[in-house]
Design a protein around this ligand. Structure first.
Ligand code: G6P
Length: 483
């Protein structure tokens, strides 16, 4: 790919995310090409980025040399390099060993290491520098997620002309948990560089505003933070979604339909197929869910003719200890359950440790009668929404954790507390035994929600709100008297 020319070097809309929306593929001949990764975020932003000569700044996901910025299908891609040590300290360390567990209700114990923090500051500065270089005058910059919480303020210092938005894709914890972080104040101040800070849920935005009041001492009123320099920062919820139409179209395609049938045949055509699809992550509650299911088989409440549980676990963050341990635990559980309860050609759990393209995911959703999504804590959970989008016959049941952001919108799911094994068993049985009318009523309502609120609506409501926020250089706005 040729490097971009000087003329195209600035953009009116810049997205800054830990990952680029492309993967580096090195062919047999040693030649490097880039393959677009089919994430919802990039497909949602693509039209608006094209219209605004957009640029995307991110890490290519490995420690190889990074190429010069280049243009791929109309989008300027700006790769940011991370050294091996930075991957260990910034990505695996502070992002995924400190912030990830801290922001997910301490499902695992966060580690606090000062060297990890130093790497986090250094790498955030690198992203901010790149954004400052590629943003046109008065451009809009949209910073994504927990890996880059210092970027808004770093960027504002370099480029006060910009309009800056930040969106957190994961939960934002209650003040009591967040306050454990030795660098809590720096993180809050980092986020306050944005004009608009977006969260999945209103409760998260409220946690943030409360912390800013308590720990930084700024005046706040409802969703607004009033800074001493007159700037106002808004904190609001924008629940993320999926490309609903795209998923449904895929689900309706002949090839996906045929593949779904093939999957059921390969599974031995049990009466029902239960399905779980998750990144292999300790927040997802995979172990507890499989235990609940296996107890139903062991107790004879379900038989191997009735059901099989297909669990897809996508490899993730494999060098982080807690992820390695989890993988071993699940391997052991699946081995034990199938060893104890399975028969030749009839395992109770069909377990796949791999990632699949969208087409195969859609076929799995089509093949599944009961989708089981039981995270201990999850910002949103898009798998739940994808399943709903694919059930165009208004059938199928969704068993969903109350602690996934999606439960706020998908109220008609079979809601469960993922810590309550007996409760999960009861809801799995309800879903298994539900009559068609009840399933249709529930699915229809959920489909309406997912159709109305898709990812492009999410992106445009964030960007519209951001463009309506007070320009940084305008005169100050005073907080209302009562706050
Ligand atoms: C979550 C995070 C994303 C992250 C993704 C995959 O959805 O919110 O920021 O990119 O997980 O994790 P990874 O560590 O592979 O980027």
């Amino acid at each position: 790919m040729p490097p971009i020319s000087r003329k195209r070097a600035t953009a009116d809309l810049v997205v800054v995310a830990n990952r680029l929306p492309v993967d580096r593929v090195v062919g047999d001949d040693g030649e490097t090409t880039w393959r677009r990764s089919p994430g919802g975020l990039v497909s949602a932003l693509e039209p608006v980025m094209r219209a605004n000569s957009g640029a995307w700044i991110g890490w290519p996901g490995d420690t190889g040399d990074v190429p010069e910025p280049f243009v791929d299908e109309g989008l300027t891609l700006v790769p940011v390099a991370l050294s091996e040590r930075e991957v260990a300290e910034f990505y695996e360390g502070f992002s995924n060993g400190t912030l990830w567990p801290l922001y997910h209700d301490l499902v695992a114990k966060p580690a606090f290491h000062r060297e990890w923090w130093d790497a986090y500051v250094k790498v955030n500065q690198r992203f901010a520098d790149a954004a400052a270089r590629f943003a046109a005058k008065d451009a809009t910059v949209w910073v994504q997620d927990y890996q880059l919480q210092l970027v808004p303020t770093m960027l504002r210092e370099l480029r006060p002309d910009l309009r800056i938005g930040f969106y957190l894709h994961i939960p934002f914890p209650p003040a009591e948990l967040f306050s454990q972080l030795p660098w809590r104040r720096q993180i809050l101040e980092g986020l306050l560089g944005a004009d608009l800070v977006g969260f999945q849920l209103t409760g998260a935005a409220q946690n943030f505003v409360r912390l800013v009041r308590q720990r930084v001492g700024h005046k706040t009123h409802r969703d607004s933070v009033y800074l001493p320099d007159g700037r106002v920062v808004l904190a609001k919820a924008f629940p993320i979604s999926i490309d609903t139409e795209g998923f449904e179209e895929l689900a309706r395609s002949e090839s996906v339909g045929a593949r779904a049938k093939e999957i059921r045949d390969d599974l031995g055509n049990p009466r029902q197929v239960f399905l779980g699809i998750d990144r292999l992550d300790y927040t997802k509650g995979i172990y507890a869910r499989l235990r609940a299911f296996s107890e139903l088989i062991a107790e004879g409440r379900l038989t191997l003719e009735d059901v099989v549980f297909v669990q897809v676990a996508t490899p993730s963050r494999e060098r982080v200890d807690q992820y390695r341990i989890l993988r071993d635990e699940i391997d052991r559980l699946v081995g034990r359950v199938n060893g104890d309860l399975g028969r030749i050609g009839r395992p109770a759990i069909s377990y796949l440790h791999s990632s699949f393209p969208r087409e195969e995911m859609a076929a799995l959703y089509r093949a599944a009668d009961v989708m089981v999504v039981t995270p201990f804590r999850d910002g949103m959970n898009l798998v739940a929404k994808e399943y709903v989008a694919c059930r165009y016959d208004d059938d199928g049941a969704l068993v969903l954790s109350e602690f996934a952001g999606a439960a706020n919108e998908l109220r008609q799911a079979y809601l469960v507390n993922p810590y309550d094994i007996d409760g999960m068993k009861a809801q799995m049985m309800e879903a298994f035994a539900a009559n068609g009318r009840d399933l249709t009523r529930r699915m229809r309502a959920m489909r309406r929600t997912v159709a109305e609120n898709d990812v492009s609506r999410w992106a445009s409501s964030f960007l519209d709100q951001l463009s309506g926020t007070q320009p940084t250089h305008s005169k100050s706005t005073r907080p209302p008297k009562e706050s």
